[in-house]
Design a protein around this ligand. Structure first.
Ligand code: NCD
Length: 308
């Protein structure tokens, strides 16, 4: 198996993370220098679940590197509708492209698909599993704002089904970060992620209330309750709307707190927060371009050097 797929943040080292973030910073400083870097290369976008940011930013990132993209389109319009397996789809698609970005509703789908292809495959979300490229842009944003050491990071909302949370929690174990998880009891971090954090020796605290921990946070990473993952709509209703941030909530926060969110938000952050210095989520979304350019540049360059 090739080593170059990006499937989970659990196997990202500090060095590999910093390499991508440094390259993203170089791209941010001089985007024109990268304009023709991967001319002629093709990126396949295979999204079996809705996406705005992730898909459009990978698309834009590839084009800004001089490459092009091919898009599977929606599941409704693809051969998946005729019963094609994921393994067959990616085996066909690798013949069209130099790299594949895959989003799929099933946890483990990206790992499974990666075993069938020789081009680099990026997991752009596998059910409630992982979303490692989001994590890279989250880390880039945190680093730009506050650096990545001696930090208190609060992660709040749907910690059970939120794949961006799982990836971020894993990646933060590489840094000197105190992780505070804030959620209702029923949406706690899954046992396997808690186990991994414990094994990594991470500083972890769990809370059901934001109030007590808010004053010490450098970053508050808010997430959407992942309605589509709940087996029972009543369970969703029982927790929906419980963790909402507005200007009043933030009165107890430090002045330099960064409020982040992978977006889309539903009602977790009141729009009035957008106008405050705390709001970092739009900047975070914009960082998807340099970070995904850096990620693709690394993957495509190594694939080329590997004789492909
Ligand atoms: C997230 C996702 O798809 O997991 N969105 C994203 O990629 N920015 C978060 C979410 O859907 O809540």
């Amino acid at each position: 198996m090739r080593q170059d797929h990006l499937i989970s943040a659990a196997n990202l080292s500090r060095e590999s993370i910093e390499a991508v973030l440094d390259r993203a910073a170089a791209i941010d400083a001089d985007p024109a220098a990268y304009r023709q870097r991967h001319a002629g290369a093709v990126l396949a976008l295979c999204f079996f679940e809705p996406s705005t940011r992730t898909k459009m930013s990978f698309d834009t990132a590839m084009k800004r590197l001089g490459g092009t993209t091919v898009d599977m389109g929606t599941v409704e319009s693809s051969s998946v509708k005729k019963g094609e397996t994921l393994a067959d789809t990616v085996r066909v698609v690798e013949g069209y492209a130099d790299a594949i970005v895959l989003r799929h509703p099933s946890e483990g789908a990206a790992k499974m698909a990666s075993e069938f292809v020789d081009v680099p495959l990026v997991n752009a979300g596998d059910g409630a599993g992982q979303h490692p490229s989001q994590t890279l842009l989250d880390l880039y944003t945190i680093r730009e704002r506050a650096g990545l050491d001696d930090l208190s990071v609060g992660i709040m909302g749907d910690l059970k089904y939120g794949r961006t949370v799982h990836s971020l929690a894993h990646a933060l174990t590489n840094f000197d970060v105190r992780q505070h998880f804030i959620s209702p009891e029923s949406l706690r971090l899954p046992r396997n992620v808690r186990f991994d954090l414990h094994e990594a020796g991470a500083h972890v605290r769990e809370h059901t209330d934001l109030e007590a921990v808010l004053p010490e946070l450098d970053v508050l990473y808010v997430t959407r309750i992942q309605r589509e993952r709940f087996p029972d709509e009543n369970e969703y209703r029982a927790v929906a709307g419980q963790y909402r941030i507005d200007e009043e909530t933030l009165e107890a926060a430090r002045d330099d707190l960064s409020v982040m969110h992978p977006l889309p938000r539903v009602d977790e952050i009141a729009p009035e927060v957008d106008e405050t210095e705390y709001a970092t989520y739009f900047e975070q979304a914009h960082n998807g371009i340099p970070v995904r350019m850096a990620l693709l540049d690394g993957l495509l360059t190594r694939a080329k050097e590997g004789g492909r």
